[in-house]
Ligand binder design. Structure first.
Ligand SMILES: [Zn+2]
Length: 353
Protein backbone atom coordinates (compact mmCIF):
# COMPACT_ATOMS: atom_id res chain seq x y z
CA UNK A 1 0.00 0.00 0.00
CA UNK A 2 2.85 2.34 0.82
CA UNK A 3 4.41 2.11 -2.66
CA UNK A 4 0.98 2.36 -4.27
CA UNK A 5 0.21 5.54 -2.32
CA UNK A 6 3.61 7.02 -3.10
CA UNK A 7 3.28 6.33 -6.83
CA UNK A 8 -0.28 7.64 -6.91
CA UNK A 9 0.32 10.87 -5.02
CA UNK A 10 3.25 12.21 -7.01
CA UNK A 11 2.12 14.72 -9.68
CA UNK A 12 2.74 13.94 -13.37
CA UNK A 13 0.46 15.68 -15.84
CA UNK A 14 1.18 14.71 -19.47
CA UNK A 15 4.33 16.48 -20.66
CA UNK A 16 5.35 17.27 -17.08
CA UNK A 17 6.20 13.80 -15.79
CA UNK A 18 9.79 14.44 -14.66
CA UNK A 19 9.21 14.21 -10.93
CA UNK A 20 7.07 11.08 -11.25
CA UNK A 21 9.61 9.46 -13.58
CA UNK A 22 12.42 10.18 -11.16
CA UNK A 23 10.51 8.23 -8.51
CA UNK A 24 9.71 5.36 -10.88
CA UNK A 25 13.37 5.21 -11.94
CA UNK A 26 14.51 5.10 -8.32
CA UNK A 27 12.07 2.29 -7.54
CA UNK A 28 13.11 0.20 -10.58
CA UNK A 29 16.88 0.79 -10.59
CA UNK A 30 17.92 -1.67 -7.83
CA UNK A 31 16.20 -4.49 -9.73
CA UNK A 32 17.35 -3.58 -13.25
CA UNK A 33 20.35 -4.86 -15.21
CA UNK A 34 20.17 -1.63 -17.22
CA UNK A 35 18.09 1.52 -16.84
CA UNK A 36 17.81 4.53 -19.10
CA UNK A 37 15.59 7.53 -19.74
CA UNK A 38 14.99 8.35 -23.38
CA UNK A 39 14.70 11.74 -25.08
CA UNK A 40 10.95 12.00 -24.51
CA UNK A 41 11.23 10.99 -20.85
CA UNK A 42 10.24 7.31 -20.97
CA UNK A 43 11.98 5.28 -18.24
CA UNK A 44 13.23 1.95 -19.62
CA UNK A 45 14.46 -0.78 -17.24
CA UNK A 46 15.79 -4.10 -18.48
CA UNK A 47 15.86 -7.40 -16.64
CA UNK A 48 17.81 -9.80 -18.80
CA UNK A 49 16.58 -13.34 -19.40
CA UNK A 50 17.70 -15.57 -16.53
CA UNK A 51 16.78 -18.79 -18.36
CA UNK A 52 16.86 -17.68 -22.01
CA UNK A 53 14.87 -19.90 -24.39
CA UNK A 54 17.44 -19.26 -27.12
CA UNK A 55 20.80 -17.62 -27.67
CA UNK A 56 19.40 -14.18 -28.55
CA UNK A 57 16.54 -13.85 -26.07
CA UNK A 58 13.15 -12.63 -27.20
CA UNK A 59 12.13 -9.22 -25.94
CA UNK A 60 9.00 -8.57 -23.88
CA UNK A 61 7.84 -5.03 -23.12
CA UNK A 62 5.69 -4.25 -20.11
CA UNK A 63 4.53 -0.65 -20.35
CA UNK A 64 2.36 1.58 -18.18
CA UNK A 65 1.84 5.29 -18.73
CA UNK A 66 2.91 7.47 -15.84
CA UNK A 67 1.15 10.61 -17.08
CA UNK A 68 -2.18 11.74 -15.68
CA UNK A 69 -4.69 14.23 -17.02
CA UNK A 70 -4.51 17.81 -15.74
CA UNK A 71 -4.66 21.42 -16.93
CA UNK A 72 -2.49 24.26 -18.17
CA UNK A 73 -2.99 27.88 -17.09
CA UNK A 74 -4.28 29.84 -20.09
CA UNK A 75 -5.11 33.22 -18.50
CA UNK A 76 -5.18 35.06 -15.19
CA UNK A 77 -7.78 37.82 -14.93
CA UNK A 78 -7.48 41.19 -13.17
CA UNK A 79 -9.03 39.76 -9.99
CA UNK A 80 -6.61 36.85 -9.88
CA UNK A 81 -8.94 34.09 -11.09
CA UNK A 82 -7.04 31.49 -13.10
CA UNK A 83 -8.43 30.06 -16.35
CA UNK A 84 -7.15 26.85 -17.89
CA UNK A 85 -7.15 24.45 -20.82
CA UNK A 86 -7.34 20.68 -20.31
CA UNK A 87 -4.38 18.37 -20.87
CA UNK A 88 -6.07 15.08 -21.71
CA UNK A 89 -9.69 13.98 -21.70
CA UNK A 90 -11.66 15.69 -18.94
CA UNK A 91 -15.41 15.76 -18.60
CA UNK A 92 -16.35 19.35 -17.62
CA UNK A 93 -19.35 18.02 -15.67
CA UNK A 94 -17.05 16.34 -13.14
CA UNK A 95 -14.87 19.36 -12.33
CA UNK A 96 -16.79 21.87 -10.17
CA UNK A 97 -16.21 21.49 -6.43
CA UNK A 98 -12.74 20.01 -6.78
CA UNK A 99 -9.54 21.03 -5.09
CA UNK A 100 -6.53 21.71 -7.30
CA UNK A 101 -2.85 22.52 -6.94
CA UNK A 102 -1.24 25.10 -9.24
CA UNK A 103 2.48 24.62 -9.92
CA UNK A 104 3.64 28.21 -10.27
CA UNK A 105 6.85 29.13 -12.06
CA UNK A 106 6.56 32.95 -12.21
CA UNK A 107 8.53 33.62 -9.05
CA UNK A 108 12.24 33.25 -8.41
CA UNK A 109 11.69 29.63 -7.47
CA UNK A 110 8.78 27.28 -8.20
CA UNK A 111 5.89 27.51 -5.74
CA UNK A 112 2.63 25.65 -5.34
CA UNK A 113 -0.63 27.44 -4.74
CA UNK A 114 -3.79 25.65 -3.66
CA UNK A 115 -7.17 26.43 -5.16
CA UNK A 116 -10.70 25.27 -5.88
CA UNK A 117 -12.74 24.95 -9.05
CA UNK A 118 -16.14 26.30 -8.00
CA UNK A 119 -19.55 25.72 -9.50
CA UNK A 120 -22.02 28.59 -9.86
CA UNK A 121 -23.54 29.31 -6.41
CA UNK A 122 -27.16 28.28 -5.97
CA UNK A 123 -28.40 31.79 -5.21
CA UNK A 124 -27.05 33.01 -8.58
CA UNK A 125 -28.50 30.09 -10.53
CA UNK A 126 -31.65 30.33 -12.68
CA UNK A 127 -33.66 27.61 -14.43
CA UNK A 128 -31.52 27.86 -17.57
CA UNK A 129 -28.31 27.38 -15.54
CA UNK A 130 -29.69 24.26 -13.92
CA UNK A 131 -30.00 22.56 -17.31
CA UNK A 132 -26.58 23.63 -18.52
CA UNK A 133 -23.12 22.15 -17.95
CA UNK A 134 -20.56 24.89 -17.34
CA UNK A 135 -18.16 24.52 -20.30
CA UNK A 136 -14.45 24.07 -19.63
CA UNK A 137 -13.53 27.57 -20.86
CA UNK A 138 -15.86 29.19 -18.29
CA UNK A 139 -14.51 27.21 -15.34
CA UNK A 140 -11.75 28.85 -13.28
CA UNK A 141 -9.52 28.30 -10.28
CA UNK A 142 -10.13 30.46 -7.22
CA UNK A 143 -7.15 30.65 -4.85
CA UNK A 144 -8.75 33.33 -2.68
CA UNK A 145 -5.51 35.32 -2.97
CA UNK A 146 -5.20 38.92 -4.23
CA UNK A 147 -4.28 39.20 -7.94
CA UNK A 148 -0.77 40.49 -7.28
CA UNK A 149 0.05 37.42 -5.16
CA UNK A 150 -1.32 35.10 -7.84
CA UNK A 151 0.54 36.83 -10.66
CA UNK A 152 3.80 36.87 -8.71
CA UNK A 153 3.68 33.08 -8.51
CA UNK A 154 1.74 31.83 -11.54
CA UNK A 155 2.05 32.47 -15.26
CA UNK A 156 0.44 31.22 -18.46
CA UNK A 157 1.76 27.71 -19.22
CA UNK A 158 1.96 26.56 -15.61
CA UNK A 159 0.45 23.19 -14.76
CA UNK A 160 -2.58 22.53 -12.59
CA UNK A 161 -3.21 19.15 -11.02
CA UNK A 162 -6.18 17.79 -9.15
CA UNK A 163 -5.11 17.56 -5.52
CA UNK A 164 -6.97 14.41 -4.49
CA UNK A 165 -4.63 11.97 -2.72
CA UNK A 166 -4.62 8.18 -2.52
CA UNK A 167 -7.00 6.78 0.10
CA UNK A 168 -8.07 3.42 1.42
CA UNK A 169 -11.81 3.88 1.21
CA UNK A 170 -13.13 0.68 2.78
CA UNK A 171 -11.18 -2.48 3.54
CA UNK A 172 -9.76 -3.57 0.17
CA UNK A 173 -11.27 -0.69 -1.81
CA UNK A 174 -8.93 2.16 -2.73
CA UNK A 175 -9.61 5.50 -4.42
CA UNK A 176 -7.50 8.21 -6.05
CA UNK A 177 -7.38 10.80 -8.80
CA UNK A 178 -5.14 8.99 -11.27
CA UNK A 179 -5.60 5.24 -10.98
CA UNK A 180 -5.61 5.45 -14.79
CA UNK A 181 -2.76 4.63 -14.90
CA UNK A 182 -0.83 4.79 -11.63
CA UNK A 183 -2.31 1.44 -10.68
CA UNK A 184 -0.55 0.26 -13.84
CA UNK A 185 2.67 2.01 -12.82
CA UNK A 186 2.49 0.27 -9.46
CA UNK A 187 1.90 -3.14 -11.08
CA UNK A 188 4.80 -2.49 -13.45
CA UNK A 189 7.24 -1.68 -10.63
CA UNK A 190 6.06 -4.32 -8.17
CA UNK A 191 6.09 -7.17 -10.70
CA UNK A 192 9.49 -6.16 -12.10
CA UNK A 193 10.96 -6.64 -8.63
CA UNK A 194 9.57 -10.14 -8.39
CA UNK A 195 10.28 -11.66 -11.82
CA UNK A 196 12.30 -14.88 -11.66
CA UNK A 197 13.37 -17.53 -14.17
CA UNK A 198 12.38 -15.31 -17.11
CA UNK A 199 12.99 -16.92 -20.47
CA UNK A 200 12.86 -13.57 -22.27
CA UNK A 201 14.40 -10.16 -21.72
CA UNK A 202 11.83 -8.08 -19.86
CA UNK A 203 11.72 -4.33 -20.42
CA UNK A 204 9.66 -2.35 -17.91
CA UNK A 205 8.76 0.91 -19.61
CA UNK A 206 7.14 3.80 -17.78
CA UNK A 207 5.81 5.86 -20.67
CA UNK A 208 4.92 9.54 -20.94
CA UNK A 209 2.13 11.44 -22.75
CA UNK A 210 -0.29 8.55 -23.29
CA UNK A 211 -3.32 10.59 -22.27
CA UNK A 212 -2.81 13.10 -25.07
CA UNK A 213 -2.81 10.47 -27.83
CA UNK A 214 -0.17 7.81 -27.13
CA UNK A 215 2.69 10.21 -27.94
CA UNK A 216 5.41 8.87 -25.62
CA UNK A 217 5.51 5.13 -26.31
CA UNK A 218 6.75 5.22 -29.95
CA UNK A 219 10.36 6.15 -29.12
CA UNK A 220 10.67 3.41 -26.49
CA UNK A 221 9.07 0.87 -28.83
CA UNK A 222 11.50 1.89 -31.57
CA UNK A 223 14.52 1.53 -29.27
CA UNK A 224 13.51 -1.93 -27.99
CA UNK A 225 11.97 -3.61 -31.08
CA UNK A 226 9.96 -6.00 -28.92
CA UNK A 227 8.48 -9.38 -29.84
CA UNK A 228 5.72 -9.18 -27.23
CA UNK A 229 4.02 -6.26 -25.53
CA UNK A 230 1.76 -6.28 -22.51
CA UNK A 231 0.56 -2.78 -21.68
CA UNK A 232 -0.89 -2.23 -18.24
CA UNK A 233 -3.86 0.09 -17.96
CA UNK A 234 -7.28 0.19 -16.34
CA UNK A 235 -9.95 -2.27 -17.47
CA UNK A 236 -13.47 -0.89 -17.87
CA UNK A 237 -15.89 -2.18 -15.23
CA UNK A 238 -19.54 -1.57 -15.97
CA UNK A 239 -20.84 -3.03 -12.70
CA UNK A 240 -22.43 0.30 -11.76
CA UNK A 241 -26.00 1.64 -11.92
CA UNK A 242 -25.29 3.68 -15.09
CA UNK A 243 -24.74 0.52 -17.15
CA UNK A 244 -27.41 -1.72 -18.64
CA UNK A 245 -27.24 -5.15 -17.00
CA UNK A 246 -26.63 -7.02 -20.28
CA UNK A 247 -23.53 -4.86 -20.80
CA UNK A 248 -21.95 -5.67 -17.46
CA UNK A 249 -18.30 -6.64 -17.68
CA UNK A 250 -15.28 -6.74 -15.41
CA UNK A 251 -16.79 -6.16 -11.96
CA UNK A 252 -14.25 -4.88 -9.46
CA UNK A 253 -12.94 -7.66 -7.24
CA UNK A 254 -13.29 -10.22 -10.05
CA UNK A 255 -9.62 -10.30 -11.05
CA UNK A 256 -7.36 -8.57 -13.54
CA UNK A 257 -8.88 -7.66 -16.90
CA UNK A 258 -7.30 -9.11 -20.04
CA UNK A 259 -8.07 -6.92 -23.06
CA UNK A 260 -9.55 -8.91 -25.93
CA UNK A 261 -9.83 -5.75 -27.97
CA UNK A 262 -9.86 -1.98 -27.62
CA UNK A 263 -10.20 1.02 -29.93
CA UNK A 264 -6.65 0.67 -31.19
CA UNK A 265 -5.65 -2.99 -30.84
CA UNK A 266 -7.14 -6.42 -31.36
CA UNK A 267 -5.43 -8.57 -28.73
CA UNK A 268 -3.09 -11.13 -30.25
CA UNK A 269 -4.72 -14.53 -29.89
CA UNK A 270 -1.57 -16.44 -28.96
CA UNK A 271 -0.72 -13.83 -26.36
CA UNK A 272 -4.25 -13.90 -24.91
CA UNK A 273 -4.02 -17.68 -24.62
CA UNK A 274 -0.58 -17.41 -22.99
CA UNK A 275 -1.81 -14.88 -20.44
CA UNK A 276 -4.94 -16.88 -19.62
CA UNK A 277 -2.92 -20.12 -19.33
CA UNK A 278 -0.57 -18.37 -16.89
CA UNK A 279 -3.56 -17.25 -14.81
CA UNK A 280 -5.01 -20.75 -14.77
CA UNK A 281 -1.69 -22.35 -13.87
CA UNK A 282 -1.11 -20.01 -10.92
CA UNK A 283 -4.71 -19.56 -9.74
CA UNK A 284 -4.81 -15.88 -10.69
CA UNK A 285 -8.36 -14.51 -11.12
CA UNK A 286 -8.91 -12.83 -14.52
CA UNK A 287 -11.75 -11.45 -16.61
CA UNK A 288 -12.30 -10.67 -20.27
CA UNK A 289 -12.26 -6.97 -20.98
CA UNK A 290 -13.08 -4.79 -23.97
CA UNK A 291 -11.12 -1.62 -23.38
CA UNK A 292 -10.47 1.93 -24.51
CA UNK A 293 -7.08 2.23 -26.21
CA UNK A 294 -3.54 2.00 -24.84
CA UNK A 295 0.21 2.10 -25.49
CA UNK A 296 -0.01 -1.52 -26.70
CA UNK A 297 -1.21 -0.25 -30.08
CA UNK A 298 2.08 1.53 -30.72
CA UNK A 299 4.37 -1.34 -29.75
CA UNK A 300 2.25 -3.75 -31.79
CA UNK A 301 2.97 -1.81 -34.99
CA UNK A 302 6.60 -0.77 -34.46
CA UNK A 303 9.38 -2.33 -36.54
CA UNK A 304 8.45 -5.83 -37.66
CA UNK A 305 5.56 -5.86 -35.19
CA UNK A 306 4.87 -7.48 -31.83
CA UNK A 307 2.22 -9.68 -30.28
CA UNK A 308 0.37 -7.20 -28.11
CA UNK A 309 -2.48 -6.63 -25.72
CA UNK A 310 -3.24 -4.90 -22.42
CA UNK A 311 -4.12 -6.09 -18.94
CA UNK A 312 -5.12 -4.24 -15.80
CA UNK A 313 -7.30 -3.91 -12.75
CA UNK A 314 -10.89 -2.81 -13.43
CA UNK A 315 -10.98 0.90 -12.61
CA UNK A 316 -14.30 2.58 -11.88
CA UNK A 317 -14.85 6.24 -12.90
CA UNK A 318 -11.68 6.73 -14.93
CA UNK A 319 -10.79 10.34 -15.72
CA UNK A 320 -12.58 11.53 -12.60
CA UNK A 321 -11.20 12.33 -9.14
CA UNK A 322 -12.93 9.38 -7.53
CA UNK A 323 -11.38 6.49 -9.44
CA UNK A 324 -11.83 3.23 -7.58
CA UNK A 325 -10.10 -0.16 -7.58
CA UNK A 326 -10.14 -3.39 -5.62
CA UNK A 327 -6.84 -4.47 -4.07
CA UNK A 328 -7.47 -8.07 -5.14
CA UNK A 329 -7.50 -7.01 -8.82
CA UNK A 330 -4.30 -5.04 -8.43
CA UNK A 331 -2.66 -8.07 -6.82
CA UNK A 332 -3.90 -10.34 -9.64
CA UNK A 333 -2.35 -7.94 -12.18
CA UNK A 334 0.99 -8.01 -10.35
CA UNK A 335 0.89 -11.81 -10.15
CA UNK A 336 0.17 -12.27 -13.86
CA UNK A 337 3.01 -9.90 -14.81
CA UNK A 338 5.34 -11.69 -12.39
CA UNK A 339 4.77 -15.20 -13.75
CA UNK A 340 4.21 -14.64 -17.47
CA UNK A 341 7.93 -14.09 -18.32
CA UNK A 342 8.57 -17.74 -17.43
CA UNK A 343 6.38 -18.84 -20.33
CA UNK A 344 6.44 -15.88 -22.72
CA UNK A 345 8.63 -17.58 -25.32
CA UNK A 346 6.06 -20.38 -25.74
CA UNK A 347 3.64 -18.11 -27.61
CA UNK A 348 6.15 -17.17 -30.32
CA UNK A 349 6.64 -19.09 -33.54
CA UNK A 350 10.02 -20.78 -34.07
CA UNK A 351 10.81 -18.73 -37.14
CA UNK A 352 10.78 -15.29 -35.47
CA UNK A 353 14.24 -13.83 -35.30
ZN1 LIG B 1 -4.75 4.94 -19.26
Amino acid sequence: MELLAKLSNIPGVSGFEHEAQRLVGDELRPYADELSIDRLGNVIALRKARKPSREKPYRLIYCAHVDEIGFMVSAIDERGFIYFVPIGGFDARTLPSHRVTVYGTAGERPTTIEGVIPGKPGWMTDDEDRKRVIPMDELFVDTGLPPERVKAAVQVGDVINLSKQFEVLNDEIVTGRNFDDRIGTYALVESFRRIENNTVDVYAVSTVQEEVGVRGAPTAAHAIQADICVAIDGSLPSDIPFAKSHREQCPIGGGTGIYLMDNRTIGDRDLLRGLMDTCEKHGIPFQRNIGGGTDASVVQRTGSGAKATTIGAPTRYMHSTVQMCHVRDIQATVDLLTYFPQYAHLILPDDWN
